[in-house]
Every structure is written in structure tokens, then in C-alpha cells.
Design a protein around this ligand. Structure first.
Ligand code: NAI
Ligand code: MG
Length: 361
């Protein structure tokens, strides 16, 4: 049977950028004998408009069955005043939660042609290709006890950083598996010098390494030093694995090494399914961009690179992922620019579809 994909294009520019991904998928079917069974459904505001809920139970059930979900973006001003329980982003949160997508992958990859967009000097980021693996479903954002209490005559705000061994072990495995598909190197970041959860994190990552992934090169680093190293010499890293809080901060920091929001893909992975593939959802980092919706201005590259991640991490099609990423690199080197990749006096930008055309060509 062909591998299966569920496309949830969502709202705003979601459908516009996803249309270009559809063309890429069709291209692989026509030219590379790589055919997917593609189904489409609604999420976010689009689902609310049709079903009164941002994610229908049938859609949730489909997402659980397919090999990978591709998501565009959700949300928009039309839905801003809705009750929280039916807000578009609740659709996204439900997918992540019920699929138990605990491993969030945020690559920071610098295309030479865009190195001037980086916040850093060109030689520091040129050729950069790192992957931050952030634990997404536990840690201080979820730990109990939490709350704001009164103690004597003042208030105290409490959150609890809590990780179980199994939560650390599964995200560590996810990072080691990825490393084997890349440059076989993992750096684990925590604060074992001041946090108990950091000591456990370091121990468990080391144990999983020694028992199951001795072939992968593993190092450990304190997360504050990691932040410094990310902007000093980011090319020393391949895969970075870290907890929810540090990963939130470090991945946003790494994103700015490379430039535009319109370029950034992501993946969220869960446990392996019966066929060995992880539960997976791939999506651009950007939102629905209501300010440019319907104008043909959206950059489809973040969404196209998210599909490239699906090829590599769900379908073991590394060579085809390379081909697609290479095509993106090539059109950028040739000067193709959507509006978001241009300075104020950059000339005439090309449209969403024209960027798709260029990549297909
Ligand atoms: P946004 O990412 O939609 O847009 C921020 C800025 O970047 C805008 O100026 C936009 O035009 C630009 N931009 C974003 N993607 C682009 C692309 N592919 N090509 C060219 N320019 C692009 O974030 P914002 O404006 O804060 O949120 C808009 C809506 O999207 C809100 O309803 C928000 O809740 C939702 N959102 C959804 C996310 C998701 O579906 N994962 C993530 C972030 C926001
Ligand atoms: Mg963040």
C-alpha cells in the first residue's frame, strides 16, 4: 500500500501554501514513482465554520490512522472572539495531545542565499544545519503543584519542573533516531548543576545512549552555555535535545539564526506505530498571516520544507528530501524571492504560485 497523508490546510494562508505542497506531492508521484494516498480535511476556523468545532471527531480519528499529518495554519481575526473551547488553536492542541506528540523538531538551516537575513555574521551561519528536539508534553509547563497563592502578606507564583524517566527516555530515543538520519551527533542540554530534574535528564539520556545508541556521538551541555554557543558557533551542533522550557527558548533563538518566518518548517513526533513509523504531524512555524491572505504573497517554502521533513523522518526518503531541499536552495540562489524575503528596495517579488513553479522546475 502507498504511504498515507492527511492534509489539514486550515485557515488564512494555510490553503495557499498547502496548494504548492500538493503540486510537489503530485510531482513526486509523476516523476519519482513515490505515490501517497492523500486525504484532506478541515481544521481550525474552517472546521468551526462547517461543524461548530475546530476539529471534528472523524478528523481526529483519521489523523490517528495515517502515516503523517501535514498541517497549514489555523486562526484569524474572524475567530478571535470565539469561546476558548472552540478557538481554532484548540484543534491544533487536540491533535498534539491525542496523538501524544512529545517530540518537537525545529530545524535551523541557513540557505547561503539568505545568509544576509540572519541576525549573525554570514560566516557564522553559512551552511548551518542543526535540529533542536524539544520535549513538548511535560516539564514545567504542566507540572503540579502550580498556581498563585497567598503566603503571609504577599502572593507567590508556583510552577513545578517534573520529568519521569520514561518521559526523558522517549524524547532521547527520538533525538538519537534523528541523529542517525543526519550527522550522528547529539548534544543534550539541561541545568544539572542546579536542578534535580536536570541531573535525572543527564543520567537518563546517557543511559539510553549507552544501552541503545552507542554509535551516536553524545555530549552534554548546560543550557545557558548552550544559548551562548548557539549564537557564538552554531555549526558545532547537529541534534540538540532539551526539555520543554529550554527548548522553547533555544528554538526561537535558533530560528533567528536563519531569517524569515516564511522559511521555517517543524515536525512533532510521537511513539512508533505498528508499522514502525512515528506518529507525526508536520507544519510550518508561521501562522495564518491574515494580513496577506488571499493576495498571492505567502511564501510556500516553510510548508514545502515541512513536507521534506516528512519525507525524511516519516518515510525514510532521505534522498528525495535532499532533492526537494536542494531545489529550494537552488531557486533561492537563482534569486527567486517572495515579498517576505526582500528588503524595502529589493525589486519585484514573485507570487506563492510562482515560487511553487520555480521549485518544481
Ligand atoms: P503569523 O505567523 O501568521 O504572521 C506574522 C507575520 O509574518 C505577518 O506579518 C505575516 O504576514 C508574516 N508571515 C507569516 N508567514 C508567512 C509566509 N509564509 N510568507 C510570508 N509572510 C509570512 O503570526 P500572527 O500574525 O501573530 O498570527 C496570525 C494568526 O495565526 C493568529 O490567529 C494566530 O493565532 C495564528 N497562529 C497560528 C499558528 C499555527 O497555526 N501554528 C502559529 C502562530 C499563529
Ligand atoms: Mg515559543
Amino acid at each position: 500500500a502507498n504511504p498515507s497523508l492527511l492534509i489539514l490546510a486550515g485557515d488564512g494562508i494555510g490553503p495557499e501554501v498547502m496548494a504548492e505542497v500538493r503540486r510537489v506531492i503530485d510531482w513526486f508521484g509523476a516523476n519519482k514513482d513515490l505515490t501517497f494516498d492523500v486525504s484532506e480535511d478541515l481544521v481550525g476556523g474552517a472546521a468551526y465554520d462547517n461543524h461548530g468545532t475546530p476539529l471534528h471527531d472523524d478528523t481526529m480519528a483519521k489523523a490517528q490512522k495515517v502515516d503523517a499529518v501535514l498541517l497549514g495554519a489555523v486562526g484569524g481575526p474572524k475567530y478571535d472572539d470565539l469561546d476558548f473551547s472552540v478557538k481554532p488553536e484548540r484543534g491544533l492542541l487536540r491533535l498534539r495531545k491525542e496523538m501524544d506528540l512529545f517530540s518537537n523538531l525545529r530545524p535551523a538551516q541557513c540557505f547561503d542565499a539568505l545568509a544576509d537575513f540572519s541576525s549573525l555574521k554570514k560566516d557564522i551561519v553559512s551552511g548551518l544545519d542543526i535540529m533542536i528536539v524539544r520535549e513538548l508534553t511535560s516539564g514545567v509547563y504542566f507540572g503540579e503543584p502550580r498556581g498563585i497563592h497567598r503566603e503571609g502578606n504577599e502572593r507567590v507564583g508556583i510552577n513545578t519542573q517534573r520529568y519521569t524517566e520514561s518521559e526523558i527516555a522517549r524524547v532521547a530515543r527520538s533525538a538519537f533516531e534523528l541523529a542517525r538520519k543526519r550527522s550522528n551527533k547529539v548534544c543534550s542540554m539541561e541545568k544539572a548543576n542546579v536542578m534535580e530534574s536536570g541531573i535525572l535528564w543527564r543520567d537518563v539520556v546517557q543511559e539510553i545512549h549507552d544501552a541503545e545508541y552507542p554509535d551516536v556521538e553524545l555530549s552534554h551541555m548546560y543550557a545557558d552555555n548552550g544559548a551562548m554557543q548557539l549564537v557564538r558557533a552554531p555549526k558545532q551542533f547537529d541534534v540538540i535535545v532539551t526539555d520543554n522550557l529550554f527548548g522553547d527558548v533555544l528554538s526561537d533563538c535558533a530560528a533567528m539564526l536563519t531569517g524569515s518566518l516564511g522559511m521555517l518548517p517543524s515536525a512533532s513526533l510521537g511513539l512508533p506505530m505498528a508499522n514502525g513509523r512515528p506518529k507525526a504531524m508536520y507544519e510550518p512555524v508561521h501562522g495564518s498571516a491574515p494580513d496577506i491572505t488571499g493576495q498571492g504573497k505567502a511564501n510556500p517554502i516553510a510548508c514545502i520544507l515541512s513536507f521534506a521533513m516528512a519525507l525524511r523522518y516519516s518515510f525514510d526518503e532521505g534522498a528525495h528530501a535532499d532533492l526537494l531541499e536542494g531545489a529550494v536552495e537552488r531557486v533561492l540562489a537563482d534569486g527567486a524571492r517572495t515579498a517576505d524575503l526582500m528588503g524595502p528596495d529589493g525589486g519585484t517579488p514573485i507570487s506563492t504560485t510562482e515560487m511553487g513553479d520555480a521549485i518544481l522546475a
